[in-house]
Design a protein around this ligand. Structure first.
Ligand code: HEM
Length: 201
């Protein structure tokens, strides 16, 4: 389907459009800085988990077309997390570089988030087909860093939440499942098998 990619692209832009519209009409709630930080952080994490879910979902369902969306979703992770980072650097820290450096060193949740963002930079930079071809097997090894970025991102979320840990723990559990099926593919084999027997009934 020729329109599928543009449609998924537009769907991925919806959270950004909502923020841009809110900023344009001056309706970003009582604390716009907090809203933009939280929305971009949450969508960055959601897209990261979605990107990691593509391969296992494809293997369980046999829907190979899912693969076509993986790169786009991965780039949306970088887009939202970079917006999240920019919001902090620019609107929260007012581009005060010494304060930014001190915060990165002193506050563990910022250290974790910043390291996760740093790991995403080479992944976005090598996401083109040309780089994939040039790096060969090294490309796959490099792109495993997305799992490390995911773990750091989730730890960042757990660390910064002061009261209700339910939400970050839900994201942590989803990431754990994705890590488990990545390193223990036979778990996925069992899932696919039970899926097929249910379908056959
Ligand atoms: C993969 C990287 C990252 C992920 C997945 C991520 C995710 C998140 C999430 C889910 C939230 C909370 C949203 C909510 O409470 O609804 C958040 C908040 C926040 N993040 Fe990140 N983040 C990442 C990187 C960064 C970076 C690079 C920075 C800045 C250096 C940063 C600074 C913050 C700040 C300041 C908050 C708000 C803290 C508060 O409410 O007190 N994050 N992030």
């Amino acid at each position: 389907m020729l329109v599928a990619k543009p449609l998924v692209f537009l769907a991925c832009l919806v959270p950004f459009m909502q923020l841009a519209h809110g900023a344009f009409v001056g309706d970003l709630g009582a604390n716009p800085l907090e809203l933009v930080t939280n929305v971009t952080g949450l969508w960055g994490l959601r897209f990261l988990l979605l990107t990691l879910a593509i391969s296992p979902l494809r293997r369980v369902s046999g829907w190979n077309w899912l693969q076509r969306f993986r790169r786009m979703l991965g780039l949306f992770v970088f887009f939202y997390i970079s917006l999240h980072f920019l919001t902090w650097v620019w609107l929260d820290q007012q581009l005060d570089w010494s304060k930014i450096a001190a915060d990165i060193v002193k506050r563990p949740y910022v250290t974790l988030g910043f390291t996760a963002w740093l790991l995403l930079v080479p992944l976005a930079a090598t996401s083109t087909r040309g780089m994939m071809r040039r790096l060969g097997r090294r490309w796959q090894r490099l792109h495993r860093l997305v799992y490390v970025a995911g773990v750091l991102g989730v730890l960042h979320f757990i660390w910064l939440v002061k009261a209700d840990l339910l939400q970050p723990l839900i994201y942590a559990s989803l990431l754990l499942i994705l890590l488990a099926v990545r390193w223990r593919p036979h778990l996925l084999g069992r899932l696919a098998w039970s899926g097929r027997t249910i379908n056959a009934r």
